[in-house]
Ligand binder design. Sequence first.
Ligand code: PBG
Length: 329
Amino acid sequence: MYPLRRNRRLRTSENIRSLVRETILSPKDFLVPLFVVEGKGIKEEIASMPNYYRYSLDLLAGEVKDLASLGLKSVLLFVKVSEDRKDNTGKEALNPEGLMQRAIRTVKDAVPDMLVMTDVALDPYSKFGHDGIVSEGSIVNDDTNAVLAEMALSHAKAGADFVAPSDMMDGRIFEIRSLLEDEGFYDTGIMSYSAKYASAFYGPFRDALDSAPVNIQNVPKDKQTYQMDPANRKEAIKETLMDIQEGADIVMVKPGLCYLDIVRDIRDAVDVPVAVYQVSGEYAMVKAAAQKGWLDHDAVMLEQLTAIKRAGAHVIASYFAKDVVKLTL
Ligand code: PBG
């Protein structure tokens, strides 16, 4: 009791504060999302994501070496597919010489021990911008799963260490795991976007890949029939436990900051590693406010990432990974 207990004693200097600090960020926490485009010599900034770029394969190699030199050991690959290769079946996603498949090999050639994870979903390949096949105004679950499993297999064949299904179809983890096992890819892991919410924070990402759902007759222009309702909490546990039963090695909550209650629920409910995706809109908000001089960029970035880890994240996918590692770690 006061004055015997004075809590401020543990805050008197940076040395004592850092000694008793409960949450410490490390480069090992981070998974770095990378956007890849066709072409040569391309490093183009994404308009709504300041200081974040799309790379062509030749420049991707250098970027990956740069990440490795900073101690960043894991990447999550996304591809921007040209319009003429988009359809409603995901055919291009299975092309062994497709952009994703070449990107995987490029990263492994540049830095052989870089952990490569790949996005598995149809939206970058869909002329409707949806994560699944569209038929008569709805997103068809089981036919989509069949393509997703083939897509995951194709990534595994190209050398991906983990596949990361981000689509939220029912049963896709089971379909993917089964096909990987049948084909002998026992060590290819699955990081499942288990509790992925139908969030407005994905806007800048859809700019980056030109993958926003379209607004034409009979096609829903949002993803609310497969991504989760932001109002729901129990459902996140249900989704996540099912993905683990179906064979997910790592589960994910997405987005980050608005969903830290969910992160803690999941961390307490499961015995597999939990990833959190701090998404494009979260990044954009900090950049925009900092550009206006309204927030201290580095301090806000550190506070947000620390909060994500404190809430229970073992793995943090973040566009700030390089910034934060350069700053402190
Ligand atoms: C697509 C996918 C999305 C993101 C990752 N994978 C967008 C979406 O679901 O519409 C969002 C990532 C971000 O906003 O940073 N399957």
